[in-house]
Design a protein around this ligand. Sequence first.
Ligand code: IMP
Length: 177
Amino acid sequence: MPVIKVHDKSFETYLSEETIQQRVKELADAINADYAGKRPLFIAILNGSFMFAADLFKCLTIEAEICFIKLASYKGMKSSGNVVTSIGLEDDLFDKEVIIVEDIVDTGKTLHNFLPKLGHQQPRSLRIATLLHKSEATVYPLKPDYVGFDIPNKFVVGYGLDYNGLGRNLKEIYQVI
Ligand code: IMP
């Protein structure tokens, strides 16, 4: 199994490009079915979700809108827990079918703190699509609606996810050794 180095840590392949792409297509198919006849607004959370959001969006056959916002800072290999205000949300969410797009839900703190802020705008519905879910690490009451992969509580990089700024460009997802 190929081992790569990012900064000071070694990582091994965990999810191949093919496995990721197939699962993203399955999630898009589920969304296509659930939102048939509707026009959801995807709110992708930067930086980590940009690849997942792009691939998911390409597989949609329904009408849909997308915007990108920035929320939290994440330093090193531990969640900083500092959720900052969202930057870049210009759309009015009133009566919209909103789907949040995340790269990973870890403790759940980021979205748990952020969702009420969106809720105030009274969207018609509000769901979460996340590529990865560390469900055993999730301590905040949060249940993502669309989950690509439920993964163990180990640090991962690749496909948009970084370790101190590096690794986002990798087509596969790698797990720390
Ligand atoms: P949460 O608030 O603890 O759910 O953390 C969510 C954010 O932490 C994600 O959007 C990522 O930016 C970051 N994060 C959590 N786990 C990992 C990981 O294994 N690799 C890279 N980033 C991670």
